[in-house]
Design a binder for this molecule. Sequence first.
Ligand SMILES: CC(C)(COP(=O)(O)OP(=O)(O)OC[C@H]1O[C@@H](n2cnc3c(N)ncnc32)[C@H](O)[C@@H]1OP(=O)(O)O)[C@@H](O)C(=O)NCCC(=O)NCCS
Length: 169
Amino acid sequence: MKENLLIRKATLNDIENLLSLHQENFLQKFDSPWNRKQFCDFFQQDWGKMFLASFYEKNNFFAKFHEKIVGMVAIMETPESIEILTIAVASNFKRQGIATQMFEYLFQKYIKKNFFLEVVESNFSAINLYKKLGFIEINKRKKYYFSQDKKESANALVMRFNLFQQTGQ
Ligand SMILES: CC(C)(COP(=O)(O)OP(=O)(O)OC[C@H]1O[C@@H](n2cnc3c(N)ncnc32)[C@H](O)[C@@H]1OP(=O)(O)O)[C@@H](O)C(=O)NCCC(=O)NCCS
């Protein structure tokens, strides 16, 4: 794991950071960033968890440590599987392996489970990430996403990862 990067469970206390991280990342045509109610509802349920990636920066003046939140991932858990509901990395911290480290954390934590996710067919950065991690495409859902004005649609790729399939064990 990259030095100083901490991955921890998110709580309702993190909501302001989570809202801004989601807003800055989900502005494309087929995106819909979570709003305050969606985050609040998520923290009320017992079928999923959210994790944060953050750096601790030392504030010399106060000699205190300041947490800088740079990534988030939300999952839904069933007895057999983990579904990735949403993942985002702060703009200034992209391409530094942060999403990869969040996935590696999840793969270790839920070592025996199948991982599933859906991604809009045009999101090449995310698809590249998932393929690099070892996800394989298992299905395509036609016209699964709609633009805000509902005039345009896009396909979703459904992808799966299983650590034991990867290593052939
Ligand atoms: C997709 C996302 C989470 C990737 O986060 P990240 O921390 O930058 O990813 P990593 O640094 O771990 O990247 C690992 C690999 O993914 C691929 N990748 C990531 N971003 C990429 C990009 N912009 N273009 C092409 N490939 C990319 C590369 O293969 C990369 O490896 P490399 O840097 O050695 O070439 C981030 O771009 C993001 O927050 N996007 C907006 C939100 C989003 O689309 N979420 C997914 C919804 S399904």
